[in-house]
Write a protein that binds this ligand. Structure first.
Ligand SMILES: Cc1cc2nc3c(=O)[nH]c(=O)nc-3n(C[C@H](O)[C@H](O)[C@H](O)COP(=O)(O)OP(=O)(O)OC[C@H]3O[C@@H](n4cnc5c(N)ncnc54)[C@H](O)[C@@H]3O)c2cc1C
Length: 377
C-alpha cells in the first residue's frame, strides 16, 4: 500500500495543525472541567472549512482524500477529543444526507453544513435499541398533514445544539429493518423535547441528549426513498467508524507523546524514568500499538476512497484502534504514576475520553460480529 498526499491534502493538514494548536488545545481542559459545549472550537473549525471535509466540492465540501481527512480528524482528537466527537457526529448527519437524500435535499442542505452554518445530529439509538437498531420503536406515520413522528432517541451527540437532525424511524414496522426510513428534522420543530445533557465520563465538551418526538413533519422531510433508511445508516456507520478509528489514534498519540516527554523529565532512583527498562518496555508497547492502529486506520480510509463497500476494513480499524487507545491511555496513567491520576495534567482526561471509542458507532463486540461474519462468509 502506498499512502501519498497531494498539495491540497498537505495544505489541509497544515491548516488543521494550526487551528488545533491555537484554539482547540487552549479550550480542551476548560470544556472538560466545566462541561461547556465545544461551540467555540467547532466554530473555529467551521470557519476554515473543516465541517465539509467529508463532502465533495459540488456540495461546498473540500474534496480531500479520506486519508487526509483521517489525519485531520486525528489532529483534532490529539488536541480536543470532545470537539472531535461533535464534529464527527456532524459528519454522521451529513453523510446520511450525502448517501440517502434526494438531489434537491442535498443541494439545499449540504453547502450550509459544509460552511459551518448548520450543525447536524444523527439520531439512530433509542433506549431499547442500541447495538441492534432494527429494534427501534420510533414511528413515522404518513397523514394528510404530513409525517407524524413519535418516539424517543437517546445519547444523541450535538442534540440541542444541532440545527437539524437526521432521525431514523419505522414507516412500515412489518418490514423489519426494510421498514426504516430517515427524516430531516429542523431542531425548532414543535413537539421536540430535549433532556439536559447527560453527565458523561469523558468527552465532556460534546453533549449528548435524550430527545422525545411527538411532532408533525412536512411530507418532504422524508429523506430520499421510503424504506431505505437502514441501508443508509449502515453505510454511514462504515464511514463513521474510520473516523472513530482516527479519533482513537489521535488520543493515543497525545497520550504516547506526553508519556515520552514525562519519562525523559521525571527522575526516579537517580535517573530519568525512560532509562528504567520496565518503563521503556511500556513506552515501546504504547508506540507499537499506536503504529498498528495508524496502519489499519489508513488502510480503511484508503478503502473508503475505492468506491467499494469497506465494512470489513472499517470494522477492523475501529476495533484495533479503539482497543489500542484503551491500552495506550491506561499505560500513560501508569507511566505518570500519581501525576497521571489527577487533573493538573491531561493524562486522566485522555484515559476517560478514550473509553467511549470502544462503545459508540458499534461496540467492540459488534465490530467482532461484523468481522467474524465477513471472514467466515
Ligand atoms: C458519548 C456517546 C455518544 C453517542 N452518540 C450517538 C449519536 O450521536 N447518535 C446515535 O444514534 N447514538 C449515539 N450513541 C449511542 C451509541 O452508539 C450506543 O450507546 C452503542 O451503539 C451501544 O448501544 P447501547 O448503549 O444500547 O448498548 P447495548 O446494545 O445495550 O449493549 C450492551 C452490551 O452488550 C453487548 N452486545 C450487544 N449485542 C451483542 C451481541 N449480539 N453479541 C455480543 N455482545 C453484544 C455490547 O457490545 C455491550 O457490551 C452515543 C453513545 C454515547 C455514550
Amino acid at each position: 500500500m502506498n499512502f501519498t498526499f497531494n498539495e491540497d491534502d498537505i495544505a489541509f493538514q497544515d491548516a488543521a495543525h494550526r487551528v488545533c494548536a491555537e484554539v482547540l488545545k487552549t479550550n480542551a481542559a476548560r470544556y472538560d472541567e466545566t462541561r461547556e459545549f465545544c461551540r467555540e472550537s467547532l466554530d473555529a473549525l467551521g470557519e476554515l472549512g473543516f465541517w465539509g471535509m467529508n463532502l465533495p466540492e459540488q456540495y461546498g465540501g473540500v474534496d480531500i482524500s479520506s486519508i487526509a481527512m483521517s489525519l485531520a480528524v486525528e489532529e483534532i482528537a490529539y488536541h480536543c477529543a470532545a470537539t472531535c466527537s461533535s464534529l464527527t457526529a456532524h459528519f454522521l448527519a451529513t453523510d446520511s444526507v450525502l448517501i440517502g437524500a434526494t438531489e434537491d435535499q442535498k443541494q439545499t442542505l449540504l453547502p450550509q453544513c459544509a460552511s459551518g452554518e448548520k450543525l447536524g445530529a444523527f439520531a439512530l439509538t433509542e433506549p431499547g435499541a442500541g447495538s441492534n437498531p432494527a429494534e427501534m420503536r420510533t414511528r413515522a406515520v404518513r397523514t394528510s398533514d404530513g409525517w407524524h413522528l413519535t418516539g424517543t432517541k437517546h445519547y444523541i451527540t450535538n442534540g440541542a445544539f444541532a440545527d437539524f437532525l437526521v432521525v431514523y424511524a419505522k414507516t412500515d414496522p412489518d418490514q423489519g429493518h426494510r421498514g426504516i426510513s430517515a427524516f430531516l428534522v429542523d431542531r425548532h420543530t414543535a413537539g421536540l423535547e430535549f433532556s439536559s445533557p447527560e453527565k458523561t465520563l469523558g468527552l465532556r465538551g460534546s453533549h449528548i441528549y435524550e430527545i422525545g418526538f411527538d411532532c408533525v413533519l412536512p411530507l418532504d422531510a422524508l429523506m430520499g426513498e421510503e424504506g431505505a433508511g437502514f441501508a443508509t445508516a449502515m453505510e454511514v456507520l462504515d464511514r463513521g467508524r474510520v473516523e472513530v478509528a482516527a479519533m482513537s489514534v489521535g488520543i493515543s498519540r497525545a497520550a504516547r507523546d506526553a508519556s515520552l516527554a514525562w519519562s525523559k523529565e521525571r527522575i526516579v532512583g537517580g535517573k530519568p524514568l525512560c532509562r528504567h527498562q520496565g518503563i521503556q518496555w511500556m513506552l515501546a508497547e504504547m508506540h507499537a500499538q499506536l503504529e498498528a492502529a495508524k496502519l489499519v486506520t489508513y488502510k480503511a480510509a484508503d478503502a473508503r476512497d475505492s468506491g467499494q463497500r469497506f465494512s470489513l476494513e472499517s470494522a477492523v480499524a475501529k476495533l484495533v484502534a479503539s482497543e489500542a487507545a484503551a491500552k495506550v491511555t491506561d499505560a500513560a496513567v501508569q507511566v505518570h504514576g500519581g501525576y497521571g491520576y489527577i487533573s493538573d495534567l491531561p493524562i486522566e482526561r485522555y484515559y476517560r475520553d478514550a473509553r467511549i471509542t470502544r462503545i459508540f458507532e458499534g461496540t467492540s463486540e459488534i465490530q467482532k460480529i461484523i468481522i467474524g461474519r465477513a471472514i467466515t462468509a
